[in-house]
Ligand binder design. Structure first.
Ligand code: NI
Length: 136
């Protein structure tokens, strides 16, 4: 019997979406306000979901304290109050779109969660815009 448990987390971060190999006009046309050269911030809401069997001894899929600490140490400490383009290595050459941030988060968490369990990451960039990633 597979069941899914989820933990919500939060971080604030700044970003800019642009490609240095595109003209200013093309960056403006494609990325709009998110191309602001002076960066801008978002209040990101993160939902990390783990799917697996219930451990018969504990009654848990995963200990929520463990999941909370994984998110804190790997994601919040790395991203919160950071400029993603300038301060987070993964985005030096990668546009920090919600899609790419979700994939980076998934890749950072996956090694810490048992292979028998499935991992899904949902990232809200705004209350209305969100993306989900559950691995390739
Ligand atoms: Ni933005």
């Amino acid at each position: 019997m597979m069941i899914t448990v989820s933990r919500k987390a939060h971080f604030n971060a700044a970003h800019r979406l642009f490609r240095s190999d595109w003209s200013d006009d093309k960056n403006e046309a494609v990325f709009g306000k998110c191309n602001n050269p002076n960066f801008h911030g978002h209040n990101y809401e993160l939902i990390v979901s783990v799917t697996g069997n219930i451990d018969p001894e504990t009654g848990f899929v995963i200990d929520m304290k463990v999941l909370k600490d994984l998110i804190k140490s790997n994601i919040e400490n790395a991203f919160d109050h950071k400029n993603l383009n300038k301060e987070v290595a993964e985005f030096k050459e990668l546009n920090p779109t919600a899609e790419n941030i979700a994939v980076v988060i998934w890749n950072k968490l996956r090694p810490h969660i048992d292979d028998s369990k499935k991992l899904e990451v949902t990232l809200y960039e705004t209350p209305r815009n969100f993306v989900s990633y559950r691995g390739a």
